[in-house]
Design a protein around this ligand. Structure first.
Ligand SMILES: [Zn+2]
Length: 226
């Protein structure tokens, strides 16, 4: 224990990266990918459970929701006796990728930036399960009974209306059926197999997360941590 003048010296914590979202599995999934895309985030990501309802909000309503989230983020930094390097907010669009998706994503990201300074909005199309279908080999590595049918390989998985059902009914079977709690393990396998940068097929929301993590790493984390 280091003590100086009877007062315990607090460890200097690096600025935190906050991952906010409603679902614990989704937050953990995001964290696994962020730490892979930006190793400098390892050991500094904290999670905030928040019933994020941003993609359907506009105008003053959206600004108010972003500000509520920002207050929680600032309170967490105060509690941890540190500052905030950046924030990633996850939400499922629950609709397929279309022309409206980038417009919605940008509208919310601007509102988050206004409230937080720097922030990234990880709006998954249609939901985070669509990202898992980009990695057939990792799915089979997690369970030998899982197999992604050819018709889902090399696709734009953001166009699938119900990727969770595809995973439950067409990829997995009765011997081990996919559950939402499996998502972090599958993405952990993706990372372990070195596949995170080599998706089979595409998904704009996954590509967006990669770009955001890289930009955050070079512009936000490094700038606030040195
Ligand atoms: Zn950032």
């Amino acid at each position: 224990m280091s003590r100086r003048g009877g007062t315990r010296v607090r460890p200097t914590r690096k600025p935190i990266v906050v991952v906010a979202g409603e679902d614990r599995n989704d937050r953990l999934s995001l964290r696994i990918l962020l730490e892979e895309f930006c190793p400098e985030m390892r050991g500094r990501i904290v999670e905030i459970g928040d019933p994020v309802r941003l993609h359907q909000a506009t105008g003053a309503n959206l600004a108010a929701r972003a500000e509520t989230l920002a207050r929680k983020v600032r309170a967490r930094a105060v509690r941890d006796d540190t500052t905030v390097a950046c924030v990633f907010v996850h939400e499922d669009l629950d609709a397929v990728d279309d022309d409206q998706y980038p417009i919605t994503r940008l509208r919310v990201e601007k509102a988050l930036e206004a409230a937080l300074g720097t922030a990234h909005y990880a709006l998954a199309v249609a939901e985070i399960e669509s990202w898992l279908l980009l990695f057939p080999d990792a799915l089979t590595a997690v369970s030998g009974s899982w197999w992604v049918p050819a018709r889902y390989r090399g696709r734009d998985t953001g166009r699938l209306t119900d990727p969770k059902q595809v995973l439950m009914k067409e990829v997995s079977g009765s011997s081990r059926r996919y559950r939402e709690a499996d998502a972090p393990e599958i993405l952990g396998q993706v990372v372990a197999m070195g596949l995170a940068a080599s998706p089979v097929g595409r998904n704009r929301s996954y590509e967006q997360l990669r770009e955001d993590a890289a930009r955050c790493c070079s512009e936000h984390i490094s700038a606030k941590s040195r």
